[in-house]
Design a protein around this ligand. Structure first.
Ligand code: BEZ
Ligand code: FE
Length: 294
């Protein structure tokens, strides 16, 4: 087969991959070719535009290393990460909704006892976070692992300023107590722009978009027999809730970070300035095989 033209080339490529041994590889390859060719037919790029596209992807790849993942950022800002998340995480009644992981999770966060202050050397408005972890029908999950991480009041994570602060802060791993509860102190996070000094930033600007995420606290919660929950809780009233650059906001994940005057906090601690209190009760769904057995 030869002499392909605009109308025959797609079928020719599909014919060439029809014998792929693995049915999933065949399905994915065929869909990729069909959609990619349809995209090119729709936009009818000039040769120069096509070269620009290849150069954009090349620069995106060159920007990636062990600290920066520009391809994930591209997926995030094009809404693909949230689409994959939505496909993979249907949420039954009582389960907490999911959202993107983001690039600032650290595997080996320091383990802390409930009640710890995890702000380290960071200054800002004190924030008390209280919460619980339960099954979808409200049974407390004891000993669940609760990873938390968030930005400072200028919108920077610890890993973005390790040179200045010397150690991890505003992140920790807790375990829920005998009632499925945990709590900790930190500082209230601020909204921040995603890294926008690379190809993704260029794309956002060209598309007339801002790079901001509304203020939030990240949670990753696991317990044996339950699906790992990756989510955030967003600060109610944030100006970017309706225009999050990575499309991660869901109404069920927005909470008031309630302002309280100085005094005794709900955990008994005396606080000499005003502070903010976030409470969130998380629901975990059983992994499918366990759910069937239950
Ligand atoms: C974050 O919330 O940490 C985040 C998520 C997606 C892209 C960049 C940052
Ligand atoms: Fe974040």
């Amino acid at each position: 087969m030869r002499n392909f033209n605009e109308t025959t080339i797609t079928d020719a490529v599909l014919e060439r991959i029809k014998d792929a041994g693995d049915p999933r590889i065949k399905q994915v390859s065929e869909a990729l070719v069909r959609h990619l060719h349809a995209f090119v037919r729709e936009i009818r790029p000039t040769q120069k535009e096509w070269e620009f596209g290849i150069d954009f992807l090349t620069r995106t790849g060159h920007m990636c290393d062990d600290k920066r993942q520009e391809f994930i950022l591209l997926s995030d800002t094009l809404g693909v990460s949230m689409l994959v998340d939505a496909i993979n995480h249907p949420v039954p009644e009582g389960a907490t909704e999911t959202t993107v992981l983001g690039p600032f999770f650290v595997q080996a966060a320091p383990e802390k006892d409930s009640g710890a202050d995890i702000s380290g050397p960071m200054e800002g408005d004190p924030m008390l976070v209280t919460g619980s972890v339960s099954t979808v029908d409200g049974k407390p999950l004891v000993g669940a692992i609760v990873d938390v991480w968030h930005s400072d009041d200028d919108g920077y994570y610890d890993v973005q300023q390790l040179d200045q602060i010397g150690d991890l802060a505003m992140r920790a791993r807790f375990h829920t107590d005998a009632n499925g509860k945990f709590h900790f102190w930190s500082i209230k996070p601020a909204a921040y722009p995603v890294p926008h000094d690379g190809p993704v930033g260029e794309m956002l600007e060209a598309q007339g978009r801002h790079p901001w995420r509304p203020a939030h606290v990240h949670f990753m919660i696991s317990a044996p027999g339950f699906e790992q929950l990756v989510t955030h809780v967003f600060v109610a009233g944030d100006q970017y809730l309706d225009s999050d650059v990575v499309f991660g906001v869901k109404d069920s994940l927005i909470r008031e970070f309630a302002r309280h005057p100085a005094g005794r906090a709900p955990d008994g601690r005396m606080v000499d300035t005003e502070y903010f209190h976030l409470n969130y009760d998380f629901g975990l769904k059983q992994v499918a095989s366990n759910a069937r057995a239950a």
